[in-house]
Ligand binder design. Structure first.
Ligand code: UGA
Length: 438
């Protein structure tokens, strides 16, 4: 299939690479000239395991090219819209300006019979609006909303074989059958390996995505709320989660208590769903999501407070090694990162913070140049009065308590991801505090 991918950020760059790898003829389009130049050279503007190799081989095969010229997508049969829908500046709703620009730029270039496929995460009602634009322009093209569920750090595998494929269809349109066949051809490999495909309406497809992220966020905030109770009762949140998770109806995944969720998706999607529900007059139905957000943000304060307590009431002029700045391991993404937030809060309280991260330093420095950074954990640990593990990179999980003790000034550690073997650290003489496992 001749495929275009409009928007070559995280989602789009991965999607374009995987589509080309599957044998499609792909052009990736973006307005960001510098990004496109890098992608053309096979360089990935962010960290995603395996993506650079995938892009290089797809570019070499001649099936993948990148462009900033909108005319270059005119020959494509299927156009994936993969632009970002970030939180609006100063608000909680999703900013749809990139999406609007993408659609407006695409409409005059659509061939008759072309298919537009929306992958971006959008507020319910957006697909209908976009389809109405296409109809109003008098173009004979269809639109399917096909949300993306990939996780950063696992983006290639998730794109190649997702848990499910959802098609949101325009039930008013007679052309939808042809559109389904076209998209089935694009996804032939995943479909033939048995990935379930759901045919539904626009609103349901949009909501599947936001509801999935809201549910995951709720699960994390639930266990974090329980970890607050654990802290005041002496219960152990990890043992509690293990026991809870044995119930298949609950499940153990996404029940790890800690500093909470961040990134470019969960936080903004929770807020955008609340904002959209309020617009629709149904705000009360998801009012609990405001609490989910509040519980989540409170975890960052909890870590800062714990640091203050462990340093005798003040962090002022204390040297603190913050291990991790990204919102999770296997990513260089620092958007809404709890780890970076904790580092910034401590710096604001007068601590001498040295933040370490194997991949995220460049992005973190661009946002918060006031902090000291290193990609070498040992540099951060040297003479530290307190260590805080905030992003559970493998290299931090596997730190040796004895060897680490020899580096620091004072063997005190906050395991803000409950990722370390607590007993080993305690027996090595560390004052160890987890989240909900005192
Ligand atoms: C999330 C969803 O998991 C994807 O399915 C979705 O496609 C994506 O958003 C999106 O909307 O594009 P991602 O942002 O990559 O993916 O990150 P997650 O793996 O979901 O983790 C989110 C945050 O939750 C991280 O900060 C992580 O540390 C935190 N988390 C996760 C916990 O605090 N506890 C857990 O038990 C699990």
């Amino acid at each position: 299939m001749r495929v275009s991918v409009i928007g070559c950020g995280y989602l789009g760059a991965v999607h374009a690479g995987v589509m080309a790898d599957l044998g499609h003829d792909v052009v990736g389009l973006d307005v960001d000239v510098a990004r496109i130049e890098r992608l053309r050279r096979g360089e990935v503007p962010f960290y995603e395991p395996g993506l650079a190799e995938l892009l290089k081989s797809a570019l070499a095969s001649g099936r993948l090219r990148f462009s900033t010229d909108p005319d270059d997508v005119a020959e494509s049969d299927v156009h994936f819209i993969a632009v970002g829908t970030p939180q609006t500046e100063g608000g909680t709703a999703a900013d749809l300006s990139h999406l609007e620009q993408a659609i407006e730029g695409l409409i005059p270039r659509l061939r008759p019979g072309a298919l537009v496929v929306g992958k971006s995460t959008v507020p319910v009602g957006t697909a209908r609006r976009m389809k109405d634009r296409i109809i109003a322009a008098g173009v004979h093209a269809d639109l399917i909303w096909n949300p993306e569920f990939l996780r950063e750090g696992h983006a290639i595998a998730d794109t190649r074989s997702p848990d499910r494929i959802v098609y949101g269809l325009d039930h008013d349109a007679a052309v939808s059958r042809t559109a389904v066949t076209m998209l089935d051809d694009v996804y032939a490999s995943a479909l033939s390996s048995g990935v379930p495909r759901f045919l539904t309406d626009y609103a349901t497809s949009e909501l599947v995505k936001t509801a999935a992220n809201a549910f995951l966020a709720t699960k994390i905030s639930f266990i974090n709320a329980m970890s607050e109770i654990a802290d005041v009762t002496g219960a152990d949140i990890t043992a509690l989660a293990d026991a809870l998770g044995c119930d298949e109806r609950i499940g153990r995944r996404f029940l790890n208590a800690g500093v909470g969720f961040g990134g470019g998706c969960l936080p903004k999607d929770v807020r955008a769903l609340t904002a959209r529900a309020e617009e629709l007059g149904a705000g009360e139905s998801v009012a609990f999501l405001k609490e989910v957000d509040k519980i989540n943000l409170r975890q960052r304060q909890r870590v800062t407070q714990l640091a203050t307590d462990m340093l005798g009431g003040s962090v002022y002029q204390k040297r603190i090694a913050v291990l991790g700045v990204t919102f999770k391991p296997h990513s260089d993404d620092v958007r809404d990162s709890p780890a970076l937030d904790v580092a910034v809060q401590l710096k604001g309280l007068g601590a001498e913070v040295v933040a370490a991260d194997p991949k995220g330093v460049e992005n973190a420095r661009a946002r918060h140049p006031q902090l000291s950074y290193t990609d070498d954990a040992e540099v951060a640990l040297a003479s530290a009065d307190l260590v805080i593990l905030v992003t559970e990179w493998d290299e931090y999980r596997s730190l040796d308590p004895e060897a680490t003790k020899a580096l620091v000034r004072s063997p005190k550690i906050i395991d803000a991801r409950n990722a370390l073997p607590r007993d080993d650290w305690r027996s090595a003489g560390w004052t160890y505090q987890g989240m909900g496992r005192r």
